[in-house]
Design a protein around this ligand. Structure first.
Ligand code: FES
Length: 141
């Protein structure tokens, strides 16, 4: 029993819950998970349509928006807020795609967190997450 509860504690430490009711459409929440910033974006339908209209083969790190989001609730995007160039924290509502922009050396990401312009080689990383049974709480980790 002692070792079982120890494992549960370790699991609990590595996970966080985010109440999506606190994030209005068109807004992002910045939180911290395992020492790294995390961006949780409640995307508008316009943002979803825009990133889904981009031809995947035109992307540096080709990934569909569908691969990066929850199929049942595509308005929600969760990404690590760590630029894949040299690790700065991108700023929100900025850059050529009016999404995330890393001012360190000028990397522009879209509302799917995909690299679109600048030196970063890869898309912002999507961590492991899911909706809990209430369909409104995100469990990260
Ligand atoms: Fe982001 Fe260099 S660390 S562009």
């Amino acid at each position: 029993i002692a070792s079982l509860s120890a494992s549960a504690d370790v699991l609990a430490l590595g996970s966080i819950e985010i109440d999506t009711n606190t994030i209005s459409e068109g807004q992002s929440l910045v939180t911290k998970w395992r020492g790294k910033p995390v961006f949780v974006r409640h995307r508008t339908q316009g943002e979803v349509d825009q990133v889904r209209s981009v031809p995947t083969d035109s992307l540096r790190d080709p990934q569909t928006d569908d691969e990066r989001t929850n199929a049942a609730q595509p308005k929600w995007l969760v990404v690590l807020g760590v630029c894949t160039h040299l690790g700065c924290v991108p700023i929100d509502d900025a850059g050529d795609y009016n999404a995330w922009f890393c001012p360190c050396h000028g990397s522009h990401y879209d509302r799917s967190g995909r690299i679109r312009k600048g030196p970063a080689p890869l898309n912002l990383e999507v961590p492991t997450w899911k909706f809990m049974e209430d369909n409104t709480t995100i469990l990260l980790g």
